[in-house]
Design a protein around this ligand. Structure first.
Ligand code: KG4
Ligand code: ZN
Length: 359
């Protein structure tokens, strides 16, 4: 029997099993992360090895350094995830790995590692879309959450408004035309002299500042529900340079607070507009809205989402903070729902650096 035939047969048996435990690996950017997740909802272990120290010196992720660091860390992180879950590899039902989008070298390290393990152990393997992983972090934080819901996915590489119609079924409503929200935060932070990754630092600094101190322009987009952050970022950089040229001291907390306010207002206004328009078509049915991705850890974004959902009478779901940024458990959750639909990969699976959530 070939590997794929064995994997298919095992997958069919898994559908009858009460508990399905998946060992997952995430290596798309600068975190080597592994987890064991049960039935897509219960975290048995979640180990994240961050490479931030290695990249901080360069002010951003260096792809070659990331790939090498993943290669060195993979085995160790996987072993730790199994140990913390109290399980042996033989007891695991299936394996999962992020296949895209992300840095090609970083993805390849993880994909090859898990293909090798799947072949050696004769276990089904699931290739997971990283963005779907972020959405699925909400299933881990909220056992009661079921599709359909509207989800704002905001990370270092993505800003998407998607309708989650069912598990694995997405409809793209809006996306960024240029920079992602996290990328904009990171660039603005760099101008303020804050170290990489700047998003969390700008967020902390902004708590001390006045969000109305600086007026930044409202982004313009072609699509009604699309985003654009590059103009906002340029306006911010120009404001900072203007202050520097006049020899004025930088009110960093006020600048951070004003920038954060502009980004969060933009993100939430579009989401609210979608919810309003859906209310007319959904006949007033109760709606749900979820945040996902690294930027959903942002304190003001969470507060703005709470206020918006209260205003609109919509139920809000947000991942707990450690599940907002990259982790292995979110990949294990997304993999479960894919596996239950028979979505297993062959050993010819490749990394797909430009993989989209919706084609
Ligand atoms: O989801 P993630 O870990 O990786 C990607 O898939 O990109 O997101 C990382 C991004 C970075 O740009 C980081 O600066 C941003 O999320 N981020 C934040 C916060 N925490 C992480 N941005 C704003 N406020 C935060 N608290
Ligand atoms: Zn991510």
């Amino acid at each position: 029997m070939t590997y794929l035939e064995t994997a298919r047969r095992k997958t069919e048996e898994l559908a009858k099993q009460e508990k399905v435990r998946i060992l997952s690996l995430e290596t798309s950017c600068d975190e080597t992360a592994a987890a064991v997740v049960e039935n897509g909802r219960v975290i048995l272990s979640n180990v994240v090895f961050s490479q931030i120290d290695l990249h901080e010196l360069y002010g951003g992720v260096v792809p070659e350094i990331a790939s090498r660091a993943h290669m060195e860390a993979c085995d160790r992180v996987i072993d730790q995830a199994l140990r913390e879950a109290g399980m042996k590899l033989e007891e695991i039902d299936a394996l999962a790995v992020t296949k895209g989008p992300g840095l090609v070298g970083a993805l390849l390290t993880g994909v090859n590692c898990m293909k090798g393990l799947a072949f050696a152990a004769g276990k089904p393997l699931v290739g997971v879309n990283h963005i779907e992983g972020h959405v699925s972090a909400n299933y881990l934080s909220h056992p009661d959450l079921e599709p359909p819901f509207l989800c704002l996915v905001v990370s270092g590489g993505h800003s998407h408004l998607v309708e989650v119609e069912d598990y694995g079924v997405y409809r793209l409503i809006g996306q960024t035309a240029d920079d992602a929200a996290g990328e904009a935060f990171d660039k603005a932070a760099r101008v303020l002299g804050l170290p990489y990754p700047g998003g969390p630092r700008i967020d902390a600094l902004a708590e001390e500042g006045n969000p109305e101190a600086f007026v930044l322009p409202k982004p313009k987009t072609a699509g009604k529900y699309d985003y654009s952050f590059s103009g906002l970022k340029t306006a911010f950089i120009n404001t900072v340079h203007g202050l520097e040229q006049r020899g004025e001291p930088l009110p960093k907390a006020d600048l951070a607070a004003s920038f954060r306010r502009a980004v969060c207002t933009e993100l939430m206004e579009k989401a609210e507009a979608v919810i309003r328009s859906r209310r007319q078509t959904a006949g007033g049915k109760e709606q749900a809205f979820a945040l996902a991705g690294g930027v959903s850890a942002n304190r003001e974004l969470r507060r703005t989402a709470e206020a918006m959902c209260r205003r609109q009478g919509v139920k809000l779901f947000m991942p707990v903070i450690p599940l907002c940024t990259d982790n292995g458990a979110m990949i294990g959750s997304a993999a479960y729902y894919r596996l239950m639909r028979g979505g297993i990969a062959g050993l010819n699976m490749n990394a797909e650096p430009a993989l989209r959530l919706v084609n």
